[in-house]
Each structure stands twice: as structure tokens, then as C-alpha cells.
Design a binder for this molecule. Sequence first.
Ligand SMILES: [Zn+2]
Length: 78
Amino acid sequence: MKFRQHPFGWVPAAERRHVTRAIWRDGDEIAALCGEVVVAVDTTESWFWGTCEPCNVEAHRIVGVPMPGARRRGTGSR
Ligand SMILES: [Zn+2]
């Protein structure tokens, strides 16, 4: 059985590196964790785009890893 290591993955799209739960390929329209629907751009260059902050925060929350230097938001569980 093949599982991805994490329940999500990074996807470069709209000049940001977003996070998605979808399995995607170049050109796919995917729903990012930040709520945006973006078109995946799989190029060498695109992987150097800046991190989408809301996606990053959400991804940390999913796996239960505290954000480095995160402010406490009082959202508590998950
Ligand atoms: Zn995003």
C-alpha cells in the first residue's frame, strides 16, 4: 500500500507554494488549504515561489506541529 507521508502536499500555483490534500499534476485546478482554487504549475522555478502563509499555518495544524514562532491564536484543538 502506498500512502503519502503526510495527508497533504505542496503545490506551486499562482506564484505561491500552496498546500493541498489533492493529488495533482501540472495544470490541474486544485483547492488549496487556504481556500483558494489555483492552477498547479510544476516547473523548477515554481518550487522557489514564496510560501502561502495561510496554507502553511493550516498544514502545521493538520499534523499538529506548532508553527515556529507562531502567535497563539486561541483556536485550541486541531
Ligand atoms: Zn494557499
